[in-house]
Ligand binder design. Structure first.
Ligand SMILES: Nc1ncnc2c1ncn2[C@@H]1O[C@H](COP(=O)(O)OP(=O)(O)OP(=O)(O)O)[C@@H](O)[C@H]1O
Ligand SMILES: [Mg+2]
Length: 355
């Protein structure tokens, strides 16, 4: 196992910069999840750690040793891709043992490594099959098995579950979590999936436009997003945003919205009176109440089974509520809402969190 240090790492393809200086320290045994929109540089960063992509500048260290110029095979890292990239003409067992056979590992050692990985992944009955006779989930397990048998210092996963249907993803997600609890191998996992990121990560790294926006535990990113990007990206349905101005009232403070309503907030330091701000509140934190301070039009009611998503129009802007209260099913055409202070987020003109 290994720690991984990424220091001032930049990447350009020709004149086009893709990563603008990434600094990140991944602890031994940690499970890190990289999230961010398409094209933000997640795969590029992962591929540089694996050695599949050259580092333009900066340094990558594995267990303290600089690996910038080390070939992928000498980095002792296993990568699991979205496309499983199994050899179609080989059995499951041969796919799994391929890298060990390449390294001329002793036969008994190979058999025991493949056997124990197969048992962990529930692949015992499938060892003689070819990939084409497997389901997507089973192929994904073989791809994981192939990585595990190598006992690498670290695992890199690039959206390994995105080809699977929702049910299988859920199942494999739990299996990956168990596997990590078992192997305790340093892992970096790229995903678009909110739930995967929140449930798997020791720490999440949120990226946008080739820049790391925030690094923290899932709940740190959910509770105290560092900026508007992270606030909008983490959580589903996404956080609501309203433009306003920060006002200082007698003993407290508030955000004055476009219609003149002042939403009380806790005093913020580091922001002046009348500064333009964005107020953020998550759909699950909005309270529907007959005495609520704001009125909103109900545009759409979406039952999810578990709860209900109300699509509202507030000051002409889209606004969402998520509630477990089934009475909301018959809401409309207007509802009144309240914003509990402890759930309010305030962002300055640049989009950075103000506490
Ligand atoms: N070989 C290449 N040559 C030029 N540009 C590239 C190359 N590979 C990637 N890029 C660009 O680098 C940026 C980052 O790509 P990357 O694949 O890392 O994104 P990503 O975050 O993994 O996105 P996705 O979620 O869609 O997989 C993109 O704008 C992409 O077009
Ligand atoms: Mg990618």
């Amino acid at each position: 196992m290994a720690s991984i240090d990424i220091e001032s790492v930049r990447k350009s393809y020709g004149p086009f910069p893709v990563l603008h200086g990434v600094d990140l320290t991944i602890r031994d045994g940690e499970f890190i999840v990289l999230v961010g929109p398409s094209g933000c540089g997640k795969s590029t960063l992962l591929r540089m750690i694996a050695g599949l992509e050259e580092v333009t500048s900066g340094e990558i260290r594995i267990s303290g040793n600089r690996v910038n110029d080390l070939a992928p095979k000498d980095r002792d890292i296993a990568m699991v891709f979205q496309s499983y990239a199994l050899y179609p003409h080989m059995s499951v067992a041969d796919n799994m043992s391929y890298s060990l056979r390449l390294r001329k590992t002793a036969k008994e050692k190979i058999a025991s490594a493949v056997g124990s990985a197969a048992t962990k992944l529930g692949l015992d009955p499938l060892l003689e099959r070819r990939p084409k006779a497997l389901s997507g989930g089973q192929r994904q397990r073989v791809a994981m098995g192939r990585a595990i048998v190598r006992q690498p210092k670290a695992f890199l996963f690039d959206e390994p579950l995105s080809n699977l249907d929702a049910r299988l993803r859920e199942q494999m997600r739990a299996e990956i979590k168990k596997l990590h609890a078992d192997l305790k191998a340093t892992s970096i996992y790229v995903t678009h999936d909110q739930i995967e990121a929140m449930t798997l990560a020791d720490r999440i790294v949120a990226m946008h436009g080739g820049v790391v926006q925030q690094v923290g535990t899932p709940l740190e990113l959910y509770d105290t997003p560092a900026n508007l990007f992270v606030a909008g990206f983490i959580g589903s349905p996404g956080m609501n945003f309203l433009e306003g101005r920060y006002v200082v009232t007698g003993e407290g403070a508030g955000i004055r919205l476009s219609d003149g309503t002042v939403v009380p907030v806790a005093r913020r330091t580091g922001i002046g009176p009348d500064a333009a701000v964005t107020l953020g509140i998550r759909p699950e934190h909005v309270v529907i109440s007959d005495s609520g301070m704001l009125e909103a039009g109900v545009e759409l009611v979406e039952p999810t089974g578990f709860g209900i998503i109300l699509h509202l129009s507030l000051h002409g802007l889209p606004f969402k509520i998520f509630t477990l209260d089934r009475e909301a099913l018959s809401a409309g055409p207007k509802v009144r809402v309240d914003f509990p202070q402890k759930h309010l987020h305030v962002f300055d003109e640049k989009g950075n969190r103000v506490d």
